[in-house]
Design a protein around this ligand. Structure first.
Ligand code: G4P
Ligand code: NA
Ligand code: NA
Length: 191
């Protein structure tokens, strides 16, 4: 998505440890005009998929998913919750996710009453790095017996391997900007 790539080149900042800071337009301050174009592009890529629910994860996925949903006939958005609690009750789908950067394992949780076998789900998120959170969401969609139409990602960092894991799980992946490298403080997009 050319508009997004141009914005990343203009306003993104490359930080230590392969981190791309996009907090001026995506995951702290949000440019809703850009988010609306992102939503339109997700719809274009998943046109015809008959999506009934959009699933994301708190916190940064929520704004993206809520705006995108309006391009899918205003289907409901469900955001999975992250908690370190082990205090689970029976009415939740849960998946364990390990964060390499924070070195913690947390539970991703989603209430069973909002997702079931009748649903066709589009999973959306802001970043795809190592892919552990996304794999947790895919697992939850499978636990629900729902159909997974695929995953839409705003920025994929290809070198961190998450995209390969998602595709290996047999899930369609559409990333609007794919970054091949952040070396020397420079953003290089994949071809
Ligand atoms: P990791 O901790 O194993 O690396 O896992 P993961 O790939 O899930 O990334 C951890 C968090 O960092 C995620 O947000 C993810 O969106 C974010 N992230 C990963 N790479 C980048 C990056 O290059 N730039 C920015 N800005 N964020 C990145 P989170 O902490 O799970 O949630 P939230 O911010 O949505 O609340
Ligand atoms: Na995120
Ligand atoms: Na984030």
């Amino acid at each position: 998505m050319e508009l997004l790539k141009q914005r990343i080149l203009r306003d993104g900042q490359v930080k230590e440890g392969g981190v791309l800071k996009v907090d001026s337009f995506l995951n702290h301050q949000m440019d809703v005009t850009l988010l609306n174009e992102i939503g339109r592009e997700f719809r274009r890529r998943f046109d015809g998929a008959a999506i009934t629910k959009i699933v994301t994860i708190e916190a940064s996925g929520i704004g993206i998913a809520a705006i995108a949903a309006q391009h899918f006939g205003s289907v409901p958005v469900i955001f999975a919750k992250k908690t370190r609690s082990r205090n689970l009750d029976g009415a939740l789908y849960t998946a364990k996710v390990h964060s390499f950067t924070k070195d913690i394992t947390y539970d991703v949780q989603l209430s069973k009453k909002f997702l079931g076998p009748q649903d066709t789900v589009l999973i959306l998120d802001d970043f795809l790095a190592r892919g552990q959170a996304l794999l947790g969401l895919i697992d939850i969609v499978r636990q629900a017996g729902a159909q997974c139409a695929g995953c839409g990602i705003v920025i994929e960092k290809q070198q961190q391997g998450g995209g390969a894991l998602v595709r290996a799980a047999g899930v369609r992946l559409e990333s609007l900007a794919v970054i091949a490298s952040l070396e020397n403080g420079t953003v290089t997009f994949a071809q």
